[in-house]
Write a protein that binds this ligand. Structure first.
Ligand code: NAP
Length: 287
């Protein structure tokens, strides 16, 4: 029997908790937390992700603002927008939706965000804090993966965990968070010589590569927990992950479905990070 790790249900628990907290703030006449998302251009997937984040804010009563900017905006103008949001005391969280148009430098834009409002956890200061196991914002997808593992009481300490993929967005930070929890972590990538050698021996495999149905039965043991981060749209329009779900379901110990696994957790962690930013900003104002 394979247990499905339900990201929708787990995300709803997080959202319900945040909704109560925001309700209490309202009752006490306090300011409402605000997330501002900056969207440059009209990349269809980005439009859909931004709409999902906006709806999630509405569900929990968080203020949500989406700044839609033309794809022709210059780097300087975009950075000015970010700086204005940094200075706006109503804004707790700033997220610049990636990818940006090719002419813009995403690293420079992310570095312009005030680290105390960087609820996506991508500013080098927050990345550094995470590596040093100090308090900062953890990136949403890796944090969501850890939360889902905890929800299903998957032990991490001393376990052999393989992360496939080494992007700054998912692979590297999730490997770091797992290491911070005392797992023995191996990071594999496109140049790994013998992937199966690592994955067959793993207690947990996190696959984040963007290749539909890549992780198959022969890659893993039947005791493995499979976390599928991939979001791939097939020609028939269906969304699928990086794991061969149909083959692994019924064989492995646990698996996350796509959709309904890691995706909803990412949004829930964005809301949670924004709430944490709010508390930190309010605490500073009271000093
Ligand atoms: P990315 O930046 O394209 O990185 C892909 C990584 O996969 C790279 O490190 C690459 O290795 C590795 N890779 C590619 N082909 C491989 C292969 N055949 N064997 C082993 N490693 C391979 O992608 P990303 O941003 O991390 O995203 C990965 C997937 O997760 C995508 O499908 C994306 O849509 C999805 N995603 C989902 C969420 C969510 O909320 N669920 C959030 C973010 C991303 P090299 O470094 O050697 O090139």
């Amino acid at each position: 029997m394979t247990e499905l790790m339900d990201g929708r249900m787990t995300a709803k628990k997080v959202e319900d908790d945040l909704k109560i907290k925001i309700g209490l703030l309202r009752e006490r006449g306090k300011r409402t937390p605000q997330l501002t998302v900056v969207l440059v251009g009209d990349h269809p997937a980005s439009l859909s992700y931004v709409a999902g984040k906006d709806k999630a804010c509405q569900r929990i009563g968080m203020n949500s603002e989406v700044l839609r900017l033309p794809r022709t905006i210059s780097q300087t103008e975009l950075i000015k927008v970010v700086q204005r949001l940094n200075d706006d005391s109503q804004v707790d969280g700033i997220l610049v939706q990636l990818p940006l148009p090719a002419e813009l430098d995403p690293q420079e834009v992310v570095r312009a965000i005030d680290p105390s409002k960087d609820v996506d956890g991508l500013h080098p200061i927050n990345v550094g804090l995470m590596h040093m196991q100090l308090k900062g914002f953890e990136p949403c997808t890796p944090r969501g993966i850890l939360r889902l593992l905890d929800e299903y009481q998957i032990p991490l300490q001393g376990k052999d965990i393989v992360v496939i993929g080494r992007s700054n967005l998912v692979g590297r930070p999730v490997a770091q968070l797992l290491l911070n929890r005392n797992a023995t972590v191996t990071v594999c990538h496109s140049k790994t010589a013998d992937l199966q050698r690592y994955t067959r021996a793993a207690d947990v495999v996190v696959v984040a590569i963007g290749r539909p149905h890549f992780l198959r039965k022969e890659h893993v043991s039947s005791k493995c927990v499979v976390i599928d981060v991939g979001i791939n749209r097939l020609e028939n329009g269906k969304l699928t992950g990086d794991a061969d779900f149909d083959a692994l379901n019924g064989y492995v110990s646990h698996i996350t479905p796509v959709p309904g696994g890691v995706g909803p957790m990412t949004i829930a962690m964005l809301l949670e990070n924004t709430m944490d930013a709010y508390y930190a900003h309010e605490a500073l104002r009271e000093v």
